[in-house]
Structure formats: C-alpha cells, structure tokens
Design a protein around this ligand. Sequence first.
Ligand code: FAD
Ligand code: NAD
Length: 471
Amino acid sequence: ASASEEKDLIIIGGGVAGYVAAIKAGQEGFKVACIEKRGTLGGTCLNVGCIPSKALLNNSHIYHMIKHDTKNRGIDVGDVSLNLQQFMKAKDTAVTGLTKGVEFLLKKNGVEYIKGTGSFINEHEIKVDLNEGGERTVKGKNILIATGSEATPFPGLEIDEKRVVTSTGALSLDKVPESLVVIGGGIIGLEMGSVWSRLGSKVTVVEFLDQIGGPGMDSEVSKAAQKLLKKQGINFKLSTKVVGGDTSGDKIKLDIDAAKGGKPETIEAETVLVAIGRRPYTQGLGLENIGMELDERGRVIIDSEYRTKFPHIRCVGDVTFGPMLAHKAEEEAVAVVEYMKKGYGHVNYGCIPSVMYTHPEVAWVGQSEQDLKSQNIPYRVGNFPFSANSRAKTNLDSDGFVKMLADPETDRLLGVHIIGPNAGEMIAEATLALEYGASTEDIARTCHAHPTLAEAFKEAAMATHSLPIHM
Ligand code: FAD
Ligand code: NAD
C-alpha cells in the first residue's frame, strides 16, 4: 500500500458499532477509514433492524388503534383501510433519512467511507473489493472488526425472503399474509408477529421454551406479556419445537413436537418467519489468513479491552460477546476508541437496558427474579400496576406494571422490569438509578411530575421499601 493509504484506524463494518467508533475516532483526531459493503451505513440496525421494525410497529399500532380503539374514545371514523405500499414507503423514508445522516456525520468528522468488502491480507493490511468494481489495499495502525451478525438459518427450511423469511423479509412483505407462523418467540418474533397480526394476519408463535421474550425477560413479565399479546389475537405454542418443514405445496407445512412428549403435529401457514436468534458474521473477512480465533459460537475472541490475540486488532458489537443490541454496540464503540487513545474506557455490562417494542412495551435492566433466585441472592420485590396510575387510566391504556427488585438489607436497586405504556422510555430512569447505585428510597424521594406514567415507577420504588400511596 502507498503511504497515503495508511490510517490510524481501519474499521471493517459501518453498522452501529463501526460508524460510532468512526465518529468517535474522528473526534479524537485519528485518521480513519470505515469500510462498509452494504452500500449504505448504519448496518443491520438502521437498514433492516431497529429502525424499520420500529417504523412498522409504530404505524401498525396507529392503524390498529384507529380500527379498534377509537369508538370508546369518542372518535368516530369512517372506513379504515391499509395502503401497504405507502406504509412501507414511510418506513423506507425513515431508514434513508437516518442512513444518509450517518454518512454526513462521517464526513463531518473526517472519516473516509470506503464502499466495499474488506478482508485481511495480513495483520496490518486490508484488501477492499470495491462495490463499484476493482480493489484497493489499506493499511492500519489499528484495525477494528465490527462486522455484526446475521439471522441464524433454520436447517431444512430454505429462506427465500418471500414465503420463508427472516426479519429482513418480514420488514418488506408485499401483502399481508393470511397466516404467519413465527418460529421463535424471542424479541424479533414478538415484534414482527405484532406488526403482521395488527395488519390482519393470523399469527402463531412457536417457542421451544416455556416462556416468550427470549433470554433475560423476567418470568412474571413474560407471562403478563403473553396474556396481553394473546388478547390481541396472537396464538402461542410454547414448549414446542419446530422440527422440519415442507415448502413444496401452496401452504408451507411445519412439523412441530411438544418438548415434553406431547403428540407431534403439522401446522400450515402462508408465510413463515424464522426468528431463532442471530449469529456472528465473519464470512469473507479473511480471518483464516491471520489465524484469528473464534469461539464455538463463531464469535471473535477478545479480552476486556476488546483486543483480539493481535493487540492492534480489536472487535466490538454483535460479532463478539454480549447481548446483540445496538446500544451495547454503541457503548463498546466509544469505549474501544478510548482504550486506543487513552488506555482506558468503560462499559457497565450489568446495566444495559432491553426493550421490546410491542404494545404494551416491555423493558428491563439489571437482574431478573429468576437470575437472583438461581444465585441465591436475597431480594425484596415492589410492584405497582398501571391500573393505579392516573395518566395511564386517563389515556385508557393501563395494562401492565412496574416491578422493582432490591437488596433487602441495603435497599440498593438490583433490577427493574416494566410492562406497560412507554416502558421503553421509562427504563432510562431505571438504568440511571442502577448505574448510580441508587436505593429504592432514593427513587421514591425524587419528585416525579404529575400526571405522568413515570409516577408508577416512583410508586413501585415506594412499594419496594415501604408502601405506595395510590394502592
Ligand atoms: P451490524 O449492524 O450487523 O453491522 C455490521 C455491518 O458490517 C453490516 O452493515 C455489514 O454489511 C458490514 N460488514 C460485514 N462484513 C463486512 C466486510 N467484510 N466488509 C465490509 N463490511 C462488512 N437492537 C436494539 O438495541 N434495539 C432494537 O430495537 C433492535 N431491533 C432489531 C430488529 C431487528 C429486526 C434486528 C434484526 C435486530 C435488531 N436489533 C435491535 C439488534 C441490532 O440491530 C444490532 O445489535 C446492531 O445492529 C449491531 O450492530 P453492529 O454494528 O455490531 O452490527
Ligand atoms: P432470541 O434469541 O431473542 O429468540 C429466539 C427464540 O427462538 C428463543 O426464545 C429460542 O428458544 C427460540 N427457538 C430456537 N430454536 C427454536 C425452534 N426450533 N423452535 C421453536 N423455537 C425456537 O432471538 P431473535 O428474536 O431472533 O433476536 C435476535 C437478536 O436480535 C437478539 O439478540 C435480540 O436482542 C436482537 N433484537 C433486539 C430487539 C430489541 O432490542 N427490541 C429487536 C429485535 C432483535
């Protein structure tokens, strides 16, 4: 490579992990190149993940509300119909606006954005197969792997993103399927299942475990979520495993087995969504050329400072350890640049919130009741229902509760689990409290505006160490 091609930092992948690291490194005065093959920045999250799914969730919720929930609010509307093409266009507009915004931010921070596929030639040089044709080589003092993840395929069911889809296909169906079977009742299954159920599909979620929500969701909250989603029309088959499928007929046939020895069954659907988790993506990266180590799940092995076995090659985001969440990737991206620049950085892995954007939303941070039980950690529980919160009642939207877990001796907050309207915004307060080591009394003594949903958060804190007022 020529001298002009040498950078302080080369980032492979322009997703949340990669683009945030690029901006931060630019701010710190690094000469940075960010290589992305997709053609747009923002990765899974902006293109086919967080952002488009939230656009569809928001607008399908509005549609569903107008169709089913206006009469008792005193709003009479005429015929309501769905224009799916425009509905998808609204989503695409949000995505394009944001991906272009990221491109602008890279430029503003002096980052060179290279459109192409990067692969290791050796420990310092990356070959880029340019999207426009041809190739170039870039050399880096530091290299950051931020290549993200992809949907885990289901063995025996070929994904065509039309009839058998991953979340990517489920974000762009060109008609509302009459029936949709979702394999996997994790966050993707429940968010995308909610979208299509609201738009009129008959949705069945088949989940291997005996609870929905994927790993980490508090069992009490998970049960409440299942009950509310069932009321909205989603069917659940829990403790049930999909064991095979046949796509040859008009309808797709899925063979399912009850995990606890029930009768095997075959169910049919027009469309099947495979949502059984995601796996790290390192295909075509040339890791074999440098003998990079992966663990048994394909994750790049790193130490606590995000270093691989080559100290100048680091790795963050979905392609390595930890929860596959955009905000986790973002925290790591900032920290990894701080490690490079100053030798220290910080991410508190005990304090990363999770949000499921169904209605009502589910959000949590810290330990769940089952986590604490399994470690024999003593705890106290405080619970406050939204049905006793004035704002939720006023809004005619009062399903759910706030649940707090605290140390019985010190009253220190250990975990917060919310199911209810705006839980995803409210969890920020819980995260801040947990990060600062607050007690539930600290929260209860903090004045909360009235009438707000957040008062339920304060009253749950009161319920944890003392008594709430409105119950
Ligand atoms: P990615 O976003 O996957 O980015 C990696 C990028 O690297 C990709 O753009 C890829 O094209 C590029 N790349 C890979 N290999 C190469 C190569 N060799 N050369 C050049 N480029 C390469 N998380 C949340 O926190 N909240 C949500 O609401 C949420 N919703 C989601 C909804 C869906 C449907 C999905 C699928 C995921 C969702 N997630 C959500 C998860 C979130 O999208 C990921 O955690 C996040 O995108 C991880 O960022 P990343 O940068 O590590 O990886
Ligand atoms: P997940 O791991 O959350 O859930 C997958 C579910 O599929 C699990 O509950 C598992 O038991 C089940 N399963 C696996 N094999 C099965 C089988 N053969 N039959 C029936 N069930 C089976 O994964 P996901 O929902 O695909 O999401 C992938 C990642 O994307 C997660 O890490 C998630 O955090 C992230 N994501 C986050 C958000 C958000 O933050 N709002 C939204 C979407 C995705």
